[in-house]
Design a protein around this ligand. Structure first.
Ligand code: TRP
Ligand code: SF4
Length: 330
């Protein structure tokens, strides 16, 4: 049995601390636990929603790739690659598109939700409806058995499982039916206490300088019930406290909890300390990133090698798939 794992992210901008704790740390652990990991930058998936404004795509691909590596993915252990550089994904996607009933796609809750939310973009396209079919191809082309994802991606993975089963039923046992590895991290709120998202402008990016981090954190949302300095605080409902738990040492977190509840520490000082520990925490990631920023050639070497490695397996799977389907010529 293979120990293949695949996951991916769309290149829509630099990564923030939500990505670090929600995905990257877990991806890194899997890589270190001896799984055969494929980590992909899903540029075709970005195309499905950003097709009218792709000007920044190369820049975004580089940003995400640098954050992947600076954030701990090791190109010697994991295969890090860009989706469109492994064209076999699209070939498998096409074959799958022939066997996927349209109602499976139309009833996908992620599809319905996104189409409603992103009304400014015309998402009434063939490619957008087929988004999860491409995702199934991403996973199944490596015969991945595990897919580390967040809860929001579960409906997509369910479709991947259905597609694998349907293909196996029609053409014989070819694909494993992959399972989700859910990341169990607490939801990390944005600095305004809403969901952390680029469109809300409430992110702490991995690449933010110490000055930017301190500035963002100093304006951060805190316990709204703590109006005056003398009011006791409620760390449980304060996003700054959630950040302390991520970035500060355990002992100090315990003290802050008490000092907050007892109105001993004020929010300004609490956030000042938070800005400092957060910048310190991200420093090693940023040092690594800066080296890569200086010489993109090293980065593209890694991505070229990654694509080459991924293709070796992708080509094998496609050739097996075509045989199964009956497309055997020459
Ligand atoms: N849809 C995923 C997201 O928006 C990105 C993605 C593309 C993906 N292909 C994948 C995730 C395959 C896991 C497996 O985050
Ligand atoms: Fe939040 Fe810190 Fe203020 Fe308590 S003291 S409410 S933890 S910012």
């Amino acid at each position: 049995m293979n120990k293949n794992i695949l996951s991916g992210m769309r290149p829509t901008g630099p990564l923030h601390i939500g990505h670090l704790f929600g995905a990257l740390k877990n991806w890194r652990k899997l890589q270190d636990d001896g799984y055969n990991c494929f980590y992909m930058i899903a540029d075709y998936h970005a195309l499905s929603t950003e097709y009218a404004s792709m000007g920044e795509i190369k820049h975004y691909v580089e940003e995400v790739a640098m954050d992947f590596i600076a954030g701990g993915l090791d190109p010697h252990k994991s295969t890090i690659f860009v989706q469109s550089m492994v064209p076999e994904h699209t070939e498998l996607h096409l074959i799958f598109s022939m066997i996927v009933p349209i109602p499976w796609l139309e009833r996908n809750p992620v599809y319905k939700e996104q189409k409603k939310q992103l009304i400014a973009k015309d998402l009434n396209t063939y490619g957008f409806l087929g988004y999860p079919v491409l995702q199934a191809a991403d996973i199944l082309i490596y015969k991945a058995r595990y897919v580390p994802i967040g809860m929001d991606q579960l409906p997509h993975l369910e479709l991947t499982r259905e597609i694998a089963k349907r293909f196996n039923y029609l053409y014989g046992e070819t694909f494993p039916v992959p399972e989700a590895l859910l990341t169990e991290t607490p939801k990390i709120p944005g600095t305004d206490n809403r969901k952390m998202s680029k469109s809300y402008n409430n992110c702490i990016y991995l690449k933010d300088s110490p000055e930017v981090i301190k500035e963002k954190i100093s304006k951060m949302f805190t316990d709204p019930k703590r109006i005056y300095r003398k009011d006791p605080g409620h760390p449980k409902t304060c996003p700054a406290f959630i950040y302390h738990k991520l970035f500060n040492n355990e002992e100090r977190v315990g003290e802050i909890e008490k000092e907050c509840k007892g109105a001993i520490i004020g929010c300004t000082d609490c956030k000042k300390e938070l800005g400092e520990v957060t910048s310190l925490y991200l420093k090693s990631i940023q040092d690594k990133r800066k080296t890569m920023e200086k010489d993109k050639k090293v980065l593209w070497d890694i991505l070229n090698k990654g694509a080459e490695r991924a293709r070796k397996i992708a080509v094998e799977t496609i050739s097996e798939v075509k045989k199964r389907v009956g497309l055997i010529y020459g």
